[in-house]
Design a protein around this ligand. Structure first.
Ligand code: ARG
Length: 574
């Protein structure tokens, strides 16, 4: 695909004819001037002057670039400003190339195959059985889903794993609680509420009757030893919880390739312990077996607790080893909150100590907290904010807004549209800033149709679609449009933004930061609205009108593609 900056770098490098100043080096030097009036790109020539006077070098390079037929066509003008070259590109050529490319490629525009034959595991969401699917899990779910779509866009072979929390001593507690106060019917009716209720009760009663803890340990032990009755109970909890989780995933349009949770690794841990022993990495510490690190700031990683049971970290080590063997991953990404940063550091360090160099391909992608300053969201269970409540609230507020706007009755499948907008608004907001920053939950802001929000972008898309519908109704086709006519500032700036698609997605993947895509969508929408508000597309001169309609179609294609990457859908009307 056309990549303007790359093309420009290539042309410049070919004129410099110096191995030191190759295409990649030039690309790193080229910048975008702060003001469009100073050109499309600029090059500081003192970085390529090779001892010569930089001003002279600038003039010399300018003469070379404008002096030959191949490159001349690419530029409208080149200004020499001191030691800088300011490039003004040939707008007609650029516009025509890019808009045609988008319309030809359709929803494949910007995709690449650079990740072909490379497996990227994205582990995300990973809620815990019998515990609420809370807002923190939404962060992981939103970021992980987005990253998996981003890698997929770049051609990687993506494996989505949900590392369900379905193992550990807490299951002993849950079983003990169930045996004492549980009721199957009630759990089937409202699994999460009911399971949480008996779990909380266990903790309260255990304060006065510590012997309950022993009972719980006993049950977990039975579970670890495949006791049929206890395993059946555990399976019941797992199934009840999963059916709840799946309801959420359906709402969010998210799927997984594997639900191999913690229990999946329970029989894979003895081997890990053996390897650690064999390599002399296990040390005793207060009855527990631990791996120590050279870094004095890193606390040892507990592998086996003093009561003989394995823990969370052991399961993560086993999981990573299993994933390497089973998938032979290129990258193994964990989307988990920053409170677990130390945990992953320890896990990756143990793996490195075991002699596996692929430890360096394991990446913890962390994120901050969600804060509710005004407590606008109801909390059913103590202080936990449930995902479902948040989504429901956003959808019902959206419905209210659309009804007030007066468009409710004109929208086809209005319920589906409202849900796409309401849920999209939350996802958009969650993916709008660097992931390690805390999110301040503010529904009003999320649903502000004029702010930097999901609905704003969806509305921009719907606007574009409505012009295209109107054109079709009036039998205006633009199949034979000449896109080199798109040379006005607004059009050209918009086209240049659309051209950056691949660099943007690549940058987002390199940093594992979906917000880079979200910001890009906002930029497209802003540039589109600027162009659209200052032009009467349908009343333009017929040739220009065709070209502009093509551009609008191109914009809707790119917005839809990019919203998909952050998990947000589009609507035709709103
Ligand atoms: N279930 C855990 C939690 O809710 C998250 C699991 C993260 N993934 C992992 N491989 N440890 O906190």
């Amino acid at each position: 695909m056309l990549n303007i900056k790359k093309n420009l770098s290539k042309i410049i490098a070919s004129k410099l004819q110096n191995d030191k100043y190759d295409e990649a080096f030039i690309e790193g030097l080229i910048s975008v001037p702060p003001d469009e009036k100073l050109g499309d790109y600029a090059l500081p020539c003192f970085r390529v002057s090779d001892g010569k006077n930089p001003k002279e070098k600038a003039a010399e390079l300018c003469a070379l670039l404008t002096g030959d037929d191949d490159s001349r066509d690419f530029f409208a003008k080149i200004d020499v400003v001191g030691a800088y070259l300011n490039f003004y590109l040939n707008r007609a050529k650029i516009s025509s190339a890019i808009v045609s490319e988008i319309l030809d490629a359709g929803e494949n525009y910007g995709k690449s195959r650079e990740g072909e034959n490379k497996k990227v595991i994205v582990e995300f969401s990973s809620p815990n059985i019998a515990k609420p699917f809370h807002i923190g899990h939404l962060c992981s779910t939103a970021i992980g889903n987005s990253l998996s779509r981003i890698y997929d866009f770049l051609g990687y072979d993506v494996v989505r794993i949900n590392h369900i929390g379905d193992w550990g001593t807490q299951f002993g507690k849950l079983i003990s609680a169930y045996k004492r106060w549980g009721n199957r019917e009630a759990i089937l009716k409202a699994p999460m509420d009911e399971l949480l209720k008996i779990y909380v009760r266990f903790h309260e009663e255990a304060k006065e009757h510590p012997e309950l803890e022993d009972e719980a340990r006993h049950y977990f032990n039975l579970l670890e030893n495949n006791d049929p009755e206890i395993t059946e109970l555990w399976q019941f909890f797992v199934d009840a919880s999963l059916s709840e989780f799946n309801r959420m995933y359906k709402k969010l349009d998210i799927s997984f390739d594997s639900f191999a949770g913690e229990s999946f690794y329970s029989d894979k841990m003895p081997e890990i312990v053996d390897i650690l022993k064999e390599k002399g990495l296990l040390e005793e510490s207060d009855g527990a077996l631990v791996v120590r690190f050279d870094d004095p700031n890193m606390p040892p990683c507990i592998i086996i607790k003093s009561d003989g049971s394995t823990i969370y970290a052991t399961r993560d080590i086993a999981a990573a080893v299993y994933r390497k063997r089973h998938y032979d991953f290129h990258k193994n990404i964990y989307v988990v909150g920053t409170p677990q940063t130390l945990h992953f550091k320890q896990v990756f360090s143990v793996i490195r100590k075991m002699g596996y160099s692929w430890a360096d391909d394991c990446v913890h992608v962390g994120f901050g907290y969600v804060r509710f300053p005004d407590r606008a969201i109801s909390t059913r269970n103590g202080d936990v904010v449930l995902l479902e409540d948040v989504l429901n609230e956003s959808v019902s507020k959206t419905e209210e807004i659309i009804k007030n706007n007066g468009t409710y009755d004109q929208i086809e499948n209005v319920e589906e549209a409202v849900s796409k907008i309401g849920i999209g608004a939350v996802l958009f907001e969650f993916l709008k800033n660097g992931r390690e920053r805390d999110i301040i939950f503010d529904l009003e802001k999320m649903l502000d149709f004029e702010g930097e929000s999901g609905p704003y972008v969806q509305y921009t898309y719907a606007r574009g679609r409505s012009v295209l519908r109107k054109a079709a109704e009036n039998n205006i086709s633009f199949d034979d449009a000449d896109y080199s006519l798109l040379t006005e500032d607004g059009e050209y700036q918009l086209i240049k933004v659309l051209e950056r698609i691949q660099n943007v997605v690549r940058d987002a993947s390199a940093k594992n930061e979906p917000y880079i895509v979200t910001r890009y969508i906002i930029e497209i929408a802003k540039n589109f609205n600027k162009f659209y508000n200052s032009t009467n597309v349908l009343k333009s001169d017929p040739d220009i009108r065709k070209a502009r309609l093509g551009l609008i179609k191109a914009v809707t294609i790119v917005i839809k593609e990019m919203l998909y990457l952050i998990g947000v859908g589009v609507v035709e009307k709103m």
